[in-house]
Design a protein around this ligand. Sequence first.
Ligand SMILES: [Zn+2]
Length: 232
Amino acid sequence: MKTILEIQRIDRQIRALEREVEKCPASIDFKNYKKLLQDGRARFEQLEAQASELIKQYNIELSKYNKLKGTSEIVHKRNTDSIDLDNIESLITDANSLVGDLSEENRKIDDLVRKSEEIVRKSAELSNKLTEAKKRSTVIKARIEQKKQEVAPKIAELQKQIQKLEQSVVDKDKYEKYKTMKANGIFPVFVPLEGDFCGGCKVELSLNFIEKLKHSKMLTCEHCGRIIMINQ
Ligand SMILES: [Zn+2]
């Protein structure tokens, strides 16, 4: 058991070094960069949806406009072909309302064109921003790589120490369990009893649990799954 605990101690040092890489400024920059890309992608999708909605509206308004224009040509023909005093008033009214409708449609179409220009402008802006970010990411990655290189020999040295210790592990089953739990992200695997609390998750343990633990010397915490030990 002593050997396994020694391995756990070294594993803890390795974890600390790995965390140094995770927490270094470049890694944080990289996380922000990824967030920026995700947000950017979402924004593009939004703009795309807006654009396709605009195109739909544009087509509707355009067909309305063309229909009105068709009507205006009929009125125009009627106006010249069969002009007489009885229908001139109604023709003028029709023509006037057509002019009104046509300019309303025209205004709507202009409005849609302006909106689509706005989308094009925003997309270009976003594209530039992401291109800039991408350039920066190369620098960030290099800095993370440098940090990794910095800790790599230390980690390798510690891993060598673990390999050496592994040969003298007596309780192979327990060590296998240690490795499995560690791989599942439960770390440290073996924790002490701290008063009436689990040394891993700090949850207060029941008297019944502590009694059992005193008897067996080693018991799995019901809250965090770590193995609580006493007097090893
Ligand atoms: Zn616990």
